[in-house]
Design a protein around this ligand. Structure first.
Ligand code: KG4
Ligand code: ZN
Length: 349
């Protein structure tokens, strides 16, 4: 009997234990999640320092690092949960979006685990995973809610209508917000990863440079974003000042950019909540780790009767716990893959 013949009718457990595996970018991550909400283990081995000297993630290096790190991350996760592979009910793995070669390491590894244990293989969307991190942060959280998706590849306001139906109200028409943080970091001479370094520098800067508030009154989609104009404005400002022989205050550039980048996200998230009558806003994706965004959002919802879900910073940036959380939802639906599962560099939500 083929693997899929064996597993396709596996009874769905009430409180399953799911192993989440994430290798879409530069973090090799493995987590063990109970019942979709409880983190039993959560391991990350990052190759970020290997990419730093190149100023960004080098796909080839990322793939090789995953290959050498994935078994160690898995063994650490099992050890910290005091479990063996026998205790795992299903293997959830990021199938996309991300770097193809990097994704293939996780997908192949998860297949091997599923095949050898005879347990289901559950394919997970990285983006849905980011959004599902909110269920780990707030164990009582139930849809509907508005999710702010702000990562290196995506920027969107998403209406989470129920656990499975996610409606993108609007998204970026060009660059993602994380991408803009990374590009501004480069212009300011800050090392990779850019986002956290811009945040650090902005702490001692003032928001005193006028930059465009992208698409604030754009007539296309009211929830759409654009970051390419803001990025260009920062680049132009830095070049113009340098040409004039005026020394730029990098801290102020960082603070002004950060303010412009974040302000519009908050405004659109509040607008989304109001329009749909949702009283919860959650944040997801790497830029969700930004302290300024978290604080500004906290202030913005004050006295508005809106509950905020802010996953811990490590669950905003790439991790495997979120893949286990989304894997749980897909497991419950019996969304199992066979061993022809492939990775996809791009994936619709
Ligand atoms: O979600 P994520 O870890 O990976 C993707 O799926 O893209 O997001 C990575 C992005 C990067 O652009 C990174 O610079 C940004 O999130 N980021 C931050 C912060 N931490 C990570 N941006 C601003 N402030 C931060 N503290
Ligand atoms: Zn991500």
């Amino acid at each position: 009997m083929s693997y899929f013949e064996r597993i396709k009718n596996t009874p769905i457990k009430e409180n399953p234990i799911i192993m989440g595996i994430e290798t879409s970018c530069d973090e090799t991550a493995v987590a063990i999640i109970k019942n979709g909400r409880e983190i039993l283990a959560d391991e990350i081995i990052s190759s970020a320092t290997e990419h730093a000297r190149f100023g960004g993630v080098v796909p080839e290096i990322a793939s090789r690092s995953h290959t050498t790190a994935i078994l160690t991350a898995t063994e650490r996760a099992l050890k910290s949960a005091n479990m063996t592979l026998d205790d795992i009910d299903a293997f959830a793995v990021t199938e996309g979006a991300g770097l193809l070669g990097a994704l293939l390491v996780g997908v192949s590894f998860a297949k091997a685990l599923a095949f050898s244990t005879g347990k289901p293989l559950v394919p997970v969307s990285h983006i849905r995973g980011h959004i599902a991190a909110s269920y780990l942060a707030d164990k009582e959280l139930e849809p509907p809610f508005i999710s702010i998706l702000a990562s290196g590849g995506h920027t969107a306001i998403v209406a989470v209508e129920d656990y499975y139906n996610l409606k993108v109200l609007g998204s970026t028409i060009d660059d993602a917000v994380g991408e803009a943080f990374d590009k501004v970091a480069r212009v300011l001479g800050l090392p990779y990863p850019g986002g956290p370094n811009v945040e650090k520098l902005a702490k001692s800067g003032k928001n005193n440079i006028v930059l465009p508030k992208m698409l604030k009154n754009y007539s296309g989609g009211e929830f759409d974003f654009s970051y390419s104009g803001l990025k260009t404005a920062v680049i132009n400002y830095v070049h113009n000042q340098t040409e004039k022989g005026v020394e730029i205050v990098k801290e102020d550039v960082a603070a002004s950019f950060q303010h412009s980048a974040v302000d519009v996200i908050i405004e659109k998230a509040l607008k989304g909540a109001k329009k749909f009558g949702y009283n919860t806003i959650a944040i997801s994706g790497g830029v969700g780790a930004n302290g300024y965004l978290r604080e500004a959002l906290t202030n913005a919802v004050k006295d508005k009767g809106i509950k905020l879900v802010l996953p811990e910073k490590r669950y905003c940036t790439d991790n495997a716990a979120m893949i286990g959380a989304e894997g749980y939802l897909q497991y419950k639906k019996g969304n199992f893959a066979d061993l022809t599962l492939n990775a996809s560099a791009v994936m619709p939500l």
